[in-house]
Design a binder for this molecule. Structure first.
Ligand SMILES: Cc1cc2nc3c(=O)[nH]c(=O)nc-3n(C[C@H](O)[C@H](O)[C@H](O)COP(=O)(O)OP(=O)(O)OC[C@H]3O[C@@H](n4cnc5c(N)ncnc54)[C@H](O)[C@@H]3O)c2cc1C
Length: 414
């Protein structure tokens, strides 16, 4: 029996017979050339079996980070296994920034973009939209490089590990900027419906936290870029009031884990994530689910969730509502759709969480929900470019080396 690994949440034990940690691209190629079935493992922050395999699991975290900034092209290239926190610190030190980050800096770049991981912001695409080039060790161990503008590129970024092992990526960068974060509390529920678009657009990045339990939304986190925030933050936000101190989205957790609030400006990478790199993000004892629907359907979707509050609330620690701009990446949950994200942090209880998932998938069905690929869900819809993705996979990986049960079921429709 080989090494036994679990994901971050501990709910999945990977079934891999062998775990590999190559230290060079050449070693990655050798592992792939000698294996029948391979899956990539990033930092293991997904909540389902997306990275699992009974055969060979490969972490590329051991490849040298080799962070290279191209000031003229406004890009940075980096090894795929590098975590956002490490990349962000280096970029900021050199005077550069990314357009956005997820709620936590702990995740690997290749693993995050493979699932379409996102932050928030009506004008901001998910993290995968910043990728401008990928180097993939694909079928037979061949190294394939694709750049933005190449015919297949839009299929190769949110690829769920199904095209091969991403050993290197390039990302768009911009000059470093500063962000201040304000937290408001007790947004009247009716105001959310009446002013949804204004609230979602009240900052560079806006997150709402709710327990779906009553007449108010618990917290609204507004992240403003310095240049967008010449005036002081409003004293009130549609009836929500500034928090009287630092807050964690889950009231019982220590706010020490969270990035600075209260309007103190700081570097972009110390404000865009909700959680600090050196602390456990979120609750730590949890499962997560997230559905994306059109931003224009947000208010109706909130009402739909409230219809199944009786099943959702017993399973829930907290919900987060965010927005993501539409993109052109074939398997992105935000493909050609400006989206609202309805996120649920569950208690770590499979039965309770799955009951809530079933109820949510039923009531959200009229909005054609797309699940987060890395979280707990039952059904994923077909994607408009799903056929093109299958054709691309067949070309790059004719032997199906990078398939597992998860992608067979949810992507290739087996
Ligand atoms: C506490 C917490 C907070 C979270 N917050 C957010 C959030 O704010 N926004 C959001 O959208 N999601 C969030 N997530 C989900 C998380 O971002 C995704 O699950 C993400 O894919 C995890 O990245 P990872 O490096 O851990 O990848 P893994 O979970 O290890 O793998 C995910 C997928 O990527 C593939 N993969 C990994 N590395 C490579 C590689 N080198 N080449 C090819 N494929 C690869 C794997 O095969 C698998 O298919 C959160 C998760 C946790 C635990």
């Amino acid at each position: 029996m080989g090494e036994r690994l679990r994901n971050w949440a501990g709910n999945i034990e990977f079934g891999a017979a062998r775990v590999h940690r190559p230290r060079s691209v050449k070693q990655v190629q050798e592992v792939v050339a000698g294996a029948e079935r391979v899956r990539a493992l990033g930092t293991g922050h997904s909540f389902n079996t997306i990275a699992d395999t009974p055969a060979d699991l490969v972490s590329v975290a051991g490849l040298p980070a080799d962070i290279r900034i191209d000031a003229d092209a406004r890009t940075v290239s980096v090894a795929g296994g590098v975590r956002y926190g490490e990349l962000a610190r280096r970029l900021d030190a050199e005077g550069y920034a990314l357009h956005n980050l997820g709620s936590l800096p702990h995740i690997s770049v290749a693993g995050a973009v493979a699932t379409g991981t996102h932050g928030s912001g009506v004008g901001l695409g998910n993290l995968a939209t910043a990728i401008s080039a990928v180097d993939i060790v694909s079928g037979g161990g061949e190294l394939v490089s694709l750049r933005r503008g190449d015919a297949d590129f839009d299929g190769a970024v949110v690829a769920l590990g199904a095209l091969g092992l991403v050993v290197r990526v390039a990302l768009d960068i911009q000059p470093a900027y500063r962000v201040s974060q304000h937290v408001y509390e007790r947004l009247p529920r009716a105001e959310l419906d009446a002013h949804w678009e204004e609230i979602a657009s009240a900052g560079y990045s806006v997150s709402l936290f709710t327990g779906w339990h009553g007449d108010t939304v618990d917290q609204v986190w507004i992240k403003r870029r310095d240049e967008d925030a010449p005036a002081p933050a409003p004293a009130e936000l549609f009836g929500a009031v500034p928090a009287g101190g630092k807050r964690h989205p889950i009231a019982v957790m220590s706010a020490e884990h969270c990035t600075e609030q209260g309007g103190a400006p700081g570097p972009w990478h110390e404000r865009l994530p909700h959680f600090k790199l050196e602390f456990t993000p979120s609750s730590g004892e949890e499962l997560q689910t997230e559905y994306f629907v059109a931003r224009a359907d947000a208010v109706a979707a909130f009402a739909a969730v409230e219809q199944v509050r009786d099943v959702v609330v017993p399973a829930l620690q907290i919900s987060e509502i965010r927005t993501i701009a539409a993109d052109r990446l074939w398997l992105s949950p935000h493909y050609e759709r400006d989206s609202v994200a309805l996120h649920f942090t569950w208690v770590p209880n499979d039965d309770l969480a799955l009951r809530a998932v079933d109820a949510l998938e039923e009531v959200l069905a009229p909005f054609a929900p797309r699940p987060h690929w890395g979280k707990v869900f039952r059904n994923a819809p077909g994607y408009p470019r799903g056929g093109d993705f299958a054709a691309l996979a067949a070309r790059l990986d004719p032997a199906g080396t990078f398939r597992n049960a998860f992608v067979e079921r949810h992507v290739f429709g087996a």
